[in-house]
Write a protein that binds this ligand. Structure first.
Ligand code: GUN
Length: 293
């Protein structure tokens, strides 16, 4: 067991500490990569418009790149850029041999078709793992570049030291970024997986059966603590800002921690892992592009 804080009844899964371990692993691997005569892995970030949250996320990604020795190449584009012009920027980055990974920060402005942009990224540079090729690789049990948030949740689950194979897992939310790839990751871990969504009947009953619970709905505290199965591992992907300004997850934390064996806090749980796994994916992309060394 690594990187957990004991606090209350459930053990808190310390995402900052697990992320720091991933950063260190990537930093050492990048140093070895440079020592072997390669150039630094390079990540192009693409930010369209001036959404404050997206600006913070992208800045955070670039600062973490610096920390681990990855070169970041920023592309900050006007909110009114046309879809055609954005696709041309992607084409340029696809063709640029000095770029290993391309990250287009979502959401994009409404006049741009995000699926079209994602599908334009070369699959071997798709460090978000959102391209249908990479999604298909994960679905077919041969993952290459894997969606960062679910990949980070896997690291957190493994950090508990609990054997995961055979466990009954419930994912709440079926988004392309979190729920669907998370279910595929849990299948790879050998779990028996259920996906719940807005049409699911009797959600409390489903939650009550789950030995592993991963929630990514964007609905503040929608999972009530007294639904949680005693001894469950609870991974809360939600980051919601309440009218008071306080951050909260998709799970009612104070009551859930009384029943769970392990639980992620918000903030400081899943959040830091998304960026950490992006660093890992960028290193993997650089290695694969250099011929799988
Ligand atoms: N917006 C919210 N989550 C993500 C993510 O994982 N990657 C990108 N590119 N944008 C996001």
């Amino acid at each position: 067991m690594t990187a957990q804080l004991t606090d209350g009844s459930a053990v808190l899964i310390d995402g900052k500490a697990v992320a720091a371990q991933v950063h260190e692993r990537v930093r050492l691997a990048v140093a070895e990569w440079l020592a072997a005569g390669h150039r630094a892995p390079a990540l192009a970030t693409v930010l369209v418009g001036a959404d404050p949250a997206s600006e913070i996320y992208v800045r955070n990604k670039r600062l973490t790149c610096e920390k681990v020795g990855i070169r970041s190449a920023p592309n900050h584009l006007d909110a009114d850029i046309s879809e055609t012009d954005l696709l041309a920027v992607i084409d340029g980055l696809n063709a640029d041999d000095a770029i290993d990974g391309i990250l287009v920060q979502l959401p994009l402005p409404k006049h741009i078709n995000a699926d079209k942009v994602i599908e334009r990224i070369r699959p071997d540079k798709d460090v978000d793992g959102f391209h249908p090729y990479n999604f298909g690789r994960l679905a077919q049990k041969t993952p290459t570049l894997r969606p960062c948030t679910p990949f980070g949740c896997v690291e957190l689950l493994k950090s508990t030291g609990v054997p995961l194979a055979g466990k009954r897992a419930l994912v709440i939310g079926q988004s392309n970024i979190v729920g669907r790839p998370m279910a595929l990751e849990l299948l790879l871990l050998g779990c028996t997986v259920t996906i719940a969504h807005s049409r699911t009947r009797d959600l409390p009953e489903e939650v009550g059966r789950a030995e592993i619970l991963v929630v990514g709905t964007g609905i503040p505290e929608m999972v009530k603590g007294d639904w949680v199965r005693p001894g469950a591992i609870v991974i809360d992907v939600g980051i919601n800002r309440l009218p008071s300004g306080k951050l909260c997850g998709d799970v009612e934390f104070a009551t859930a921690r009384e029943r769970a064996a392990f639980i992620t806090p918000v903030p400081g749980g899943v959040g830091p892992m998304t960026v950490a796994m992006l660093m890992e994916n960028t290193l993997v992309a650089a290695r694969n592009r250099a011929g799988g060394q």
